[in-house]
Design a binder for this molecule. Sequence first.
Ligand SMILES: Nc1ncnc2c1ncn2[C@@H]1O[C@H](COP(=O)(O)OP(=O)(O)OP(=O)(O)O)[C@@H](O)[C@H]1O
Ligand SMILES: [Mg+2]
Length: 459
Amino acid sequence: MEDIVISVRNVAKSFRRYDRPSDRLKELLFPSRKQYREFQALRGVSIDVPRGQTLGIVGRNGSGKSTLLQIIVGTLRASSGEAHVRGRISALLELGSGFNPEFTGRQNVFFNGQLLGLTRGQIEERFDDIAAFAGIGDFLEQPVKTYSSGMFVRLAFAVATSVEPDILVVDEALAVGDEAFQRKCFARIESLQERGCTTLFVSHAASKVVELCDRALLLDRGEAIVTHHPKFVIDQYQKLIYAPADRYPALREKLRTIPDSPLWPEPPGDRDDLNGSAKREASDDAFEIEADDFFDPGLKPSNSLAYEPRGADIQSPKILALDGRPVNNLVGRREYVYTYEVEFHREATDLRFGMLIKTVSGLELGGASFPAVAQNVTHAAGETRITVRFRFTCCLNPGVYFLNAGVSGTVDGQFTFLARGIDIAIFRVLPPTESFASEIVDLSIAPQIAIDKQRDRAR
Ligand SMILES: Nc1ncnc2c1ncn2[C@@H]1O[C@H](COP(=O)(O)OP(=O)(O)OP(=O)(O)O)[C@@H](O)[C@H]1O
Ligand SMILES: [Mg+2]
């Protein structure tokens, strides 16, 4: 029998929602008249976590992740159902609960350490380690309310992990720490894992969930949709959030029918994986729906910048699928056409048309600038409209990208930009059904791995 240390049985949680703050008061005055609406934040959630496992919990904002963690930690009561926990539990919840803002960092370390079951002496013994790990220097002597959110989480994490908990609960908190601190935290989580600490880990960072967790739970609108190997769950989750609105309910329902994995799931491998068996079983299974390109009217660039035009305007920038449909959700490795129209208002020669693709952070990934003469367009006379089409292969990994456009030419004997648009179009690349590609560019890498030589070490 597995040693289950966290057991959640059919947990539901409803909150009362008041439309106006004054409704609360009204209810106090007239208790017989209810002013609130029930809001169901969790419904029928069950999960068992065996000792030493790291369970990732993923889901969109408001899906109930923090509510579930709070019920497990015991800071919130379930409306129905039960949650049982065995062992010392140490939690890093969203709002850094457990810290008193008026106390100094040092006082909070003692206050919190004692809450977590350490004696004063034990805390004194560990204090230097905690201070060193937090690395916030003199701020330890300042009231916690003066901390930045990063400093706050540094200290909270240092305390939470110094007590050698049996169960560690981390709710998204690490995201506010800087890169170096995050790496330090993950190293510490890993060392706790090695010592058999059971961990619940909520994060929006998909790669961290895959890296750190043994199993993952997908929550959606308060319901446990699927519990499986982290890589599988993340893939399904991304497919779900990127699905067009009209396909969302069907996809969600299909995901719900996937049986939960064993407590310790096997990684989805090449031969015996879920995708593979699903492929064999039924082609319309949710987790086998091939991503398809589509147009999402809600996806619009919000910070487009048009340079002051000098003789030409760039209009209607868009991406087309090869069959001519406008799309802004693209499938990796497929071909598309980026097109825009240019309206010339004066005569120009030596025309060049350009494009550029950038990441959200502004990294310029690639583009092109073509002399129009190569396509037998030598010049634009007076009022002229020209359509420009750039066919390209979308060799990008899932994410959001921006497009620039530019037209240059010679006017009045001078070669110059005639019009330029920065971030005038946006597109998203959908997660593929199966891909091991990482980072930004998908180089179509095909690995081949073989053992050349092997010696039995136990001789
Ligand atoms: N005290 C409360 N009163 C009313 N509604 C609440 C309360 N706490 C949470 N909720 C609601 O319950 C739902 C689930 O919230 P929860 O904080 O668990 O989501 P989450 O998955 O942690 O989201 P996020 O990714 O944004 O952290 C939300 O719709 C939220 O508005
Ligand atoms: Mg949350």
